[in-house]
Design a protein around this ligand. Structure first.
Ligand code: C2O
Ligand code: CU
Ligand code: CU
Length: 530
């Protein structure tokens, strides 16, 4: 075994409130993996008293104000810190927050206008922030070991080094660019208008740290999007959807082997943690009053591992519920009608819903047909009454440059497999556990490549730095494949090919499964752009 290869600690030590479903699969890397139906997730049973569904109003995270601006740049400060927030009525939940808010405050950025976020870590653990969907230079991309250590201090190497068991010398392997307490992230925003989000990306601990609350929206706007007659203002709704569970005292329950988040690993099978409470913008099953008018919904699946298939119930008269106008990487060329949207963790869908198709007084539920009894409903829209609406959905939304697969200089294959090592379930890409020192792909700046993702079971695959275009899928392209993507779903036995071009920034970046438990259990790889 290579000295840079990681072994995984943290096995099955059981958990009272936990249902671990069986899970065993094998496959030979390189060959077409055998389709394995959903191996099942670990569901954490909620123990806290819950509000009735659709009894709490939807909230929106505050829009963060810059501390200063100049001709090129907006400057922000964000402090990551613990906070006690009321998520469940009458209870206080201790969260990991950005600026005391869960979700974190929304950053509003302009295309080609720089944002600098001075981030201070007052959490009890290291953190690192990644801007998901950002076209970001490597040193600000939030590489998993580029940690910001707590201002309050953090024991040197040994505590973190335990994340890589089995060999000496891993401290050097681990060493990212570590900041003491605070650092700046610089985002050039040299990209189209799009719905992005920022979240923790700490090596081995992204699952628990996002679960505790480290996620926020980052919206990039541009003149193309501004010029369209789309719904705006209070008819534009960013909706961060996630599942959680709470203990009897209202605290987030997550099956960390070490609740202090020093030693990685779970007390349960690492196939993905799920809760049975649906939150939208941090509110359990909220309701929101809407007029009989068009609304723009920026949907984000921010769950650790839960896949969603959302639709509206009742469906509107005469037509499909959603008109999709944008995907991960911004506006589509032309809108498409969808009656449901399959969203895997990390994906965004920018959609218009026309509530004028409903009678006043109608309660419209956003449902999740992939959910269970409590997670099959997400939120409710209450259609109040008429309103003027000058918005419209143009037949042509934007120009989407097509990456020509014929210009691709090479094809690389990435096989995502759940397997076992030394009796432990692990998740590998091309038979590799993640190691900071192993470069799986070395694309050249400016070149287009074809990347083929294969899998035995469900994996939402995410690539940093550049968006891509899905060019083929076993069984045919899906509507959700449209436009510029940075996260794509792989289903059992799937093979998906994408065209991707490596623009502007050289350096080492990550690609990984966005099931955060898979990611923490090593389903991550490096590519080095030069
Ligand atoms: Cu949203 Cu590398 O992740
Ligand atoms: Cu990302
Ligand atoms: Cu996965």
């Amino acid at each position: 075994m290579s000295p840079t290869r990681r072994t995984i600690i943290g096995g099955l030590i059981g958990g009272a409130a936990v249902t671990a479903l069986p899970f065993a699969l094998r496959g030979e890397p390189g060959s077409r993996p055998t389709a394995v139906p959903d191996p099942g997730f670990t569901r954490i049973a909620n123990q806290a008293a819950l509000p009735a569904q659709f009894s709490l109003p939807l909230k929106f995270p505050p829009v963060l104000r810059p501390t200063r601006t100049d001709s090129t740049t907006d400057y922000y400060t964000i402090t990551a810190r613990e906070a006690n927030l009321t998520i469940l009525p009458g209870m206080s939940t201790r969260v990991f927050s950005y600026e005391g808010s869960f979700p974190g405050p929304t950053i509003e950025a302009r295309s080609n206008r720089r944002v600098v976020v001075t981030t201070t870590n007052q959490l009890p653990v290291p953190t690192v922030t990644h801007l998901h969907g950002g076209h970001t230079p490597a040193d600000s991309d939030g590489y998993a070991t580029d940690l910001i250590l707590p201002v309050g201090g953090w024991p040197a190497a040994p505590a973190h080094a335990t994340s890589h068991t089995g060999h000496m010398g891993h401290a050097a392997e681990m060493a990212g660019v570590v900041a003491q307490g605070t650092r700046d992230y610089v985002y050039p925003n040299k990209q189209r208008a799009a719905t992005l989000w920022y979240h923790d990306h700490r090596m081995d601990f992204t699952g628990p740290q996002v679960w505790r609350g480290l996620a926020g929206f980052y919206l990039i706007r541009d003149s193309v999007d501004d010029a369209l007659p789309l719904p705006e203002g209070d008819r534009e709704l960013p909706l961060m959807i996630m599942d959680r569970s709470f203990d009897a005292n209202g605290q987030f329950t997550y099956p960390s082997a070490d609740p202090t988040l020093r030693t990685p690993g779970l007390t349960v099978n690492p196939n993905g943690v799920q809760g049975d409470v649906m939150l939208v913008n941090g509110v359990p099953w909220p309701f929101h009053e809407v007029k009989q008018a068009k609304y723009r919904l920026r949907l984000l699946n921010a769950a650790n591992s839960r896949r969603l298939r959302v639709s509206l119930s009742p469906s509107p008269s005469g037509g499909k519920a959603f008109t999709q106008i944008g995907s991960d990487g911004g506006l589509l060329a032309a809108p498409q009608q969808m009656s449901s949207i399959y969203m895997v963790p990390g994906e965004r869908f920018d959609v218009i819903v026309d509530f004028s198709k409903y009678a006043a007084g109608t309660n419209v539920v956003m449902t999740n047909s992939l959910g269970e009894s409590s997670t099959n409903k997400i939120m409710q829209f209450r259609v109040t009454g008429p309103a003027s609406d000058s918005s419209s959905i143009p037949a042509q939304l934007s120009t989407v440059e097509r990456l020509d697969p014929n210009q691709s200089v090479r094809t690389r294959t990435f096989t995502f497999l759940n397997t076992s090592r030394n009796g432990k379930e692990v998740h590998v890409i091309n038979d590799q556990l993640f190691s900071t020192g192993y470069i799986m792909a070395d694309p050249r700046l400016g070149q287009i490549e074809t990347w083929e993702f294969r899998s035995s079971t469900h994996h939402p695959v995410h690539v940093h730095l550049n968006p891509f275009q899905v060019i083929s899928r076993e069984g045919g392209l899906e509507p959700e494949d449209a436009g510029w993507k940075d996260t794509v779903r792989l289903t059992p036995g799937d093979s998906v090919r994408v065209a991707i071009r490596f623009d502007d920034y050289a350096g080492k970046y990550m690609l990984h499964c966005h099931n955060l438990e898979h990611e923490d259990m090593a389903m991550m790889a490096n590519f080095q752009v030069s």
